[in-house]
Design a protein around this ligand. Sequence first.
Ligand SMILES: [Fe+2]
Length: 207
Amino acid sequence: MLTLPELSYDYSALEPHIDAKTMEIHHSKHHKAYVDKTNAALEGTEFLDKPIEEIISNLDQVPEDKRAAIRNNGGGVINHNMFWMCLSPQGGGEPEGGLKSAIDDAFGGFEPLKIKFTEAALTQFGSGWAWLVQDGENLSVIKTSNQDSPLTMGETAIAESPLRPILCIDVWEHAYYLKYQNRRPEYVEAFWNVVDWKEAGRKFVDK
Ligand SMILES: [Fe+2]
């Protein structure tokens, strides 16, 4: 059974960049709904007690009539679990250490990465996510629709091409609409002030 994880900071802790009401609804309603619906879909199957990352990475083994529900809701669980960890009241600034070097190599510096990641977040049509991922020794920026994640990339099995998520931003309207309405660019700009680069650095595997 999946449970809704506690946040390591208060709903108001990311103000003014991400407002408390948005955080509260996003976590206690949206994220919780993904948890509940995933549990409901897994009920009575052999997958109920397996890690959701493993289930999502092997969707073809899930009963066909459950597959869409688990892809969408289980993906929502994984993506939001990660998203909260990408944020911190002490966030902002720039990456350091091995991650900084890898960003310099892959994008030519932090500013070019910001531009590329922002562009992915702004051009994701409709609901979805933008990601900084590690693929072997390389870093790249990708975007996914709905609740697909780098672990699924749609129907692609992770085992053949594992992408390690380093940083993500939720660009579903529920992530920003209360404060920013249709102004997604302002939300993405504000996001950089609360990015937890220490956590991103921990997710990065220095080869
Ligand atoms: Fe969300």
